[in-house]
Design a binder for this molecule. Structure first.
Ligand code: ADP
Ligand code: MG
Length: 695
């Protein structure tokens, strides 16, 4: 064998070895962290909760949220910063009184005197670790006092040559429960050691073109921020991870589209067989008619439908989607409607049952809470008895199969992950998908949330609908407001931002106590997100049946709930909500023909942006206008929590603030092979366990 051949052979062996390493590299990241660090089951559970998953990658994806600074500048460190200095120990001062601290006095290289203090100590131990005459790197929270600089219980004592290592910034991580920063850091530093060397799915040309750093480097570097700027998405390492996450999302959207197109499609035409007998209690609005036409055209095209109906709450999307389903039924296909919560599923079920009273249809509802019926339900789906199935994510389970599913409606689609969409597509014979969104999505964001999708918009409101009248008032007028509310017949929603008492916000329980006194103890009930699903359902049902007058709740009532007799919505701390959210909440009322009121109750102080929002809410009920304005006013940072109506699929960025990233990711995704192992690795990395059960 010639030498060059030998070299080639070795090269290819190395290549092979490299690629094997590469693969095992990804799989290491997907392993449970438990395999690499030992914790008690309790700590392990906390860690999992804290990181949103228990894989090595979940731990690595838990990014620092803050920095605690360490400085070695003893002359001008700031209070609260950690000071790291090299000290030569001069003397030990044993306290004369029992409760006084043990002091060790030392001198820095610059000649300053620094005193280390211990309140809990064992003398022999301290004498051993800090002997007189020795020099040490010492680091801890320092304070400057009249008689010099003091460090209480230093957290690092190391040889002098290590001083440089402890200067700079130390990352602080978000924690949950009793999990300590030390434990979390230990888990993270163990995980950091497992990052494979050259893990990447993007070829160099793409990285160069878009100025992206290597993935492995990014994954490591995000844990070593040096300044506050490094914590922002503009930091090149964070940006790389954020882009990859959006990229994984875009790739899945493309896979969905391809899977959808690969399945056979037929031209589905209206026969009139069912629709002929339908008696709607009202006339469709102009936009509903147009939307239905769009659906019919899609179905007749012989290509799978992928359409989004956007329309304000109560604009009549569900009815329109139902008419689309009927066309599928006329062609002997089954239809399914997926809703994000049980309350909504029930509501859809009731609406659709009522509308199809004289149509003789087989309609079923499938929820996690009605498992008892499952056997029968599965049988009837498989033999084609059930024509319309309505339900929550219970529908997505593997053992749920259809005979000939041909029409899929997804309500509030952004509440579901892409994987869930894929599951439904794979259950269907002809995957025609109709998504519904009450959150108007500006054009620029559609790509990120839905990929390639056709859009129909319902803007006209059904006839006889009164616009909700909006008033903005301060909490100092709460008493007269309550007096007024007592005199009206309507049921009332009263929304508070938080469940538990907090320093500056009124919480549901406090408000409930107050209102119970003002109204009557039996007339007021509470609803919030920490309650069990059945408890929430029970309260909602009783409210719907008009069993009590006033419902105090957090924003859990936001999505889609229809209570025709509730015509008043009070939103407390309205100044702290985003426009989209306020609009969604306001949409809960004004669904009947009575006039409806929304009272935005603000607490001082109100920020400039908050003021603007309240003003806009008073001036307009146009959801599209409000959502555009919402984008403009974003980033003001005083909005409570994350916008619930937002798109929770992303973790490292969100579509609205980072549209340029979406565009880059989409461009990159066009240049990637959807079936390569690298693409699969990328998707695996960003596939969170929690994606499976977003509700
Ligand atoms: P969305 O799904 O957009 O929130 P729905 O389809 O649930 O809205 O409709 C809201 C309410 O308006 C329902 O009670 C429905 O019966 C009623 N509705 C729908 N379309 C019309 C219409 N064209 N005229 C009158 N009422 C309508
Ligand atoms: Mg709805």
């Amino acid at each position: 064998m010639r030498l060059s051949q030998l070299a080639e052979k070795i090269d290819s062996e190395i290549d092979q070895e490299f690629s094997e390493n590469f693969e095992s590299g990804v799989s290491v990241l997907l392993q449970p962290i438990r395999q690499f660090v030992k914790f008690s089951p309790y700590t392990y559970k906390l860690l999992k909760k804290c990181c949103g998953g228990d894989r090595v990658i979940d731990v690595l994806f838990h990014f620092p949220s803050n920095l605690s600074k360490r400085t070695s500048d003893e002359d001008c460190f700031k209070d609260g910063e950690k000071l790291t200095v090299v000290l030569t120990v001069l003397k030990h001062v044993v306290p004369r009184y029992r409760n006084s601290p043990y002091r060790i006095v030392g001198q820095t290289l610059a000649g300053n005197i620094i005193t280390i203090m211990y309140f809990h100590y064992r003398v022999p131990y301290l004498r051993r670790i800090l002997p007189i005459g020795g020099a040490f790197t010492v680091s801890g929270n320092a304070s400057r006092e009249l008689d010099g600089i003091k460090i209480i219980h230093p957290d690092i004592i190391a040889p002098p040559q290590q001083a440089a290592r402890y200067v700079g910034a130390e990352p602080i991580y978000p924690l949950v429960g009793n999990l300590s920063l030390k434990t979390l850091r230990y888990a993270i530093s163990s995980a950091l050691k497992l990052i494979p060397k050259n893990l990447d799915w993007l070829p160099n040309e793409l990285k160069n073109k878009y100025g992206l750093v290597d993935f492995s480097d990014a994954l490591r570097a995000v844990h070593y921020p040096e300044s506050d700027e490094d914590l922002l998405i503009t930091n090149k390492f964070r940006k790389r991870i954020a882009i990859d996450e959006i990229l994984a999302n875009q790739i899945r959207l493309k896979q969905i589209k391809r899977n959808q197109q690969r399945r056979s499609a037929v031209a589905i035409k209206e026969t009139g067989e069912i629709l002929r007998n339908l008696q709607l209690p009202f006339e469709l609005t102009k936009d509903q008619v147009k939307c239905l036409e769009d659906i019919k055209t899609d179905l007749a095209s012989g290509r799978p439908m992928n359409r989004l109906i956007q329309g304000d709450v109560g604009s009549g999307k569900t009815i329109t989607a139902f008419l689309g389903m009927l066309i599928a039924l006329e062609n002997k296909l089954q239809a399914v409607l997926l809703a994000p919560t049980e309350i909504l599923a029930w509501q859809h079920f009731e609406t659709i049952q009522k509308l199809s009273e004289n149509l003789d249809l087989e309609i079923d509802i499938m929820l996690n809470s009605n498992r008892k019926a499952r056997k029968r339900q599965i049988r009837e789906l498989q033999d084609g008895t059930t024509q319309i199935l309505i339900g929550t994510h219970a529908i997505l389970e593997d053992n749920i199969e259809f005979r000939n599913l041909g029409f899929i409606v997804i309500d509030e689609q952004h509440k579901f992950g892409v994987m869930q969409r894929l599951k439904l597509i794979n259950k269907s014979k002809y995957p025609n998908i109709l998504s519904m969104s009450a959150t108007p999505i500006p054009r620029t964001l559609l790509l990120g949330c839905y990929g390639d999708i056709d859009v129909s918009t319902i803007k006209t409101k059904p006839k006889g609908r009164q616009p909700v009248e909006t008033a903005v008032i301060g909490t100092n007028k709460i008493e007269s407001l309550v007096e007024r509310l007592k005199t009206i017949d309507s049921q009332i929603f009263w929304v508070c931002p938080v469940i538990e008492e907090s320093e500056s916000l009124v919480d549901v329980n406090t408000r409930c106590e107050y209102l119970k006194e003002a109204f009557s103890p039996k007339g007021v009930e509470v609803l919030h997100g920490k309650m069990k699903a059945y408890e929430k359902d029970e309260i909602m049902t009783r409210f719907k049946e008009n069993k009590f007058k006033l419902l105090v709740s957090t924003t859990v009532i936001e999505v889609g709930v229809d209570i025709p007799n509730a015509n008043v919505m009070v939103i407390e701390h309205a100044e702290r909500f985003g426009l989209a959210q306020l609009h969604q909440l306001r949409g809960r009322v004004g669904r009947g023909n009575e006039s409806a009121y929304c009272i935005l109750l603000y607490h001082l102080p109100v920020s400039e942006v908050g003021r603007k929002r309240l003003q806009l809410m008073k001036e307009t009920t146009d959801g599209f206008l409000l959502s555009e304005e919402d984008l403009k006013l974003r980033g003001a940072g005083d909005i409570l929590g994350r916008d619930q109506s937002g798109f929770d699929v992303l973790r490292f960025s969100d579509f609205s603030d980072n549209y340029s990233l979406v565009r880059i990711a989409d461009e990159i995704s066009n240049q990637m092979d959807l079936d390569s192992t690298k693409t699969a690795d990328l998707c695996d990395i960003f596939n969170r366990v929690s994606d499976e059960n977003i509700v």
